[in-house]
Design a protein around this ligand. Structure first.
Ligand SMILES: [Zn+2]
Length: 218
């Protein structure tokens, strides 16, 4: 997860109709979020849904409020439901700075940590755990994921493996060509920038790529 941009222009259907899912809302959200799910950062082709940051069930008054609407994939929307209403608000806080996001390939799990101990950080981390590591059912040291959870995590690992190969190539040979390959993976349209951000930081490359890792920051 990274900080999201949210347009200050409210789509007109929210003001003139009782719908929250008008075409203009979808178009604006796709543009603001660079066509990615704001939670898992996968590219959305047709499988996108309007997600209520604060759920319709618990906060019905916010159902049609622009600042409460984000675009997510069906997988994330289904996992979040009404269970995680008090998360970090995505377009105000630099989530990538406040939540450490890593893939532990050896243990086959995603790891999320924060220096800040409060409800919104804890809830966001709990939600990310459920998304990436399944329902937190451990059998010995093995995480048991459903088939959907496994496919979701395998896809994340595939993207991150590809990125790690490019970062390692740059660390071995810091040529302009190898640098360009890493930089291209960090553009705002790319997937999994929250995880990539921590690969850059863990390898002390944040100065080298400082221009590339400023997504949506002001
Ligand atoms: Zn998603």
């Amino acid at each position: 997860m990274i900080r999201e941009r949210k347009s200050g222009i409210i789509p007109s259907s929210l003001l003139t109709t009782s719908q929250y899912d008008g075409e203009d809302v979808k178009v604006q959200l796709l543009e603001d979020q660079h066509e990615k799910c704001y939670i898992c950062e996968r590219r959305l082709i047709t499988d996108f849904e309007i997600e209520h940051y604060r759920s319709q069930k618990n906060y019905p008054i916010l159902t049609n409020t622009w600042s409460n609407l984000f675009l997510s994939c069906r997988y994330c929307n289904g996992k979040k439901r009404n269970s995680f209403d008090d998360n970090i608000y995505p377009s105000v806080i630099n989530i990538e700075d406040e939540i450490i996001q890593r893939i532990d390939f050896e243990k086959n799990e995603a790891v999320f940590l924060s220096m800040i101990e409060d409800v919104i950080h804890r809830n966001t981390i709990n939600m990310l755990h459920v998304l990436y590591n399944g329902r937190l059912i451990h059998s010995g040291k093995q995480i048991i994921r459903t088939i959907k959870e496994k496919r979701f995590f395998d896809y994340t690992k595939q993207i991150m493996n590809n990125f790690l190969e490019k970062v390692n190539a740059f660390l071995m040979e810091p040529t302009p060509a190898n640098r360009a390959l890493v930089a291209a993976e960090l553009s705002i349209e790319q997937e999994m920038l929250g995880f990539k951000y921590w690969v850059i930081r863990d390898n002390h490359l944040e100065t080298e790529f400082e221009d590339e890792i400023v997504w949506n920051k002001h």
